[in-house]
Design a protein around this ligand. Structure first.
Ligand SMILES: [Zn+2]
Length: 270
């Protein structure tokens, strides 16, 4: 009886979080398609890209619509991008993961979880757009700055107004971005993009200096391994969309940074 209740509560809590995740995920798809085209993300109703038919409400249900429609438009039978259900499911999964990892034992934890969830959503939008267009939209970076500031403030008030917390996050703001800015000037803007620098400033504000360094390190390692392979397969030029790699680094550092740093210290220093 008791186990059953715990289990059903567990499923209901995570089920609700997952639903929030996939609904916001479907909004992220709208952002990914419309921001680069400079179309409003709120006013216009979604339509099929091929036949322009406006979508009915039941065609807008995240993930399930795609499955019921078997991945095709109801009117013209044109294929619907697999990106839609992937982004929705990924966002839902990440929201559940945040609450699974950090719990909900206090208001501060819950508020911080919400900020982390929204940060992950912004990173998804940024990664898809940068991957396709090689540009990180300024609006997404501004949103990330706001999330960084929110996280720092929540931690500050939750720590009893510790100045160490403010210092940690303020140093985080410049720790990686300052280094990247040097590379930017040294290479006259060819080595690194301005959007990447702003991204790491916002991420540093959110993560603090230790974790943003870890995020940058993971991003560089991933880019160093994956980009040469993609260049060979796809015959890409030397231009590197760094945003997606940095985003994965930020997400890993945010979610698993504690475990990685513990593991590192125990392996090499004890
Ligand atoms: Zn259509």
């Amino acid at each position: 009886m008791k186990v059953g209740k715990v289990l059903s509560d567990f499923i209901i809590y995570y089920g609700i979080i997952f639903l929030y995740g996939i609904v916001i995920g479907s909004f992220l798809n709208v952002c990914i398609f419309r921001i680069p085209e400079e179309i409003s993300i709120v006013t216009e109703r979604s339509h099929c890209f091929n036949c322009n038919t406006k979508l009915k409400w039941y065609e807008l249900i995240p993930i399930f619509s795609y499955i019921f429609l078997l991945g095709r438009c109801r009117t013209c039978k044109e294929r619907i991008s697999i990106q839609y259900p992937i982004v929705e499911a990924l966002n839902g999964f990440l929201y559940v993961l945040v609450f699974y990892l950090f719990g909900w034992k206090s208001l501060a934890v819950i508020l911080l979880n919400v900020v982390y969830c929204l940060m992950l959503s912004a990173l998804i939008v940024l990664s898809f757009i940068d991957f396709k267009t090689n540009i990180i939209p300024a609006g997404v970076n501004i949103f990330i700055m706001i999330m960084g500031l929110s996280a720092a403030l929540i931690k500050y008030f939750n720590s009893g107004r510790s100045t160490d917390v403010i210092l940690n996050h303020a140093i985080g703001f410049v720790a990686v971005s300052g280094f990247m800015l040097l590379i930017y000037y040294a290479t006259r803007g060819r080595g690194i993009g301005g959007g990447d620098i702003k991204l790491m400033a916002g991420a540093g504000l959110l993560l603090g200096w230790g974790y943003v360094l870890l995020a940058f390190l993971i991003g560089c390692i991933l880019a160093g391994i994956i980009h040469p392979i993609r260049m060979r397969i796809r015959n890409l030029g030397r231009t590197l969309a760094f945003g997606p790699y940095l985003s994965v680094g930020i997400a890993i550092s945010m979610l698993f940074g504690d475990n990685i740093i513990d593991w590192y210290l125990q392996t090499f220093f004890i």
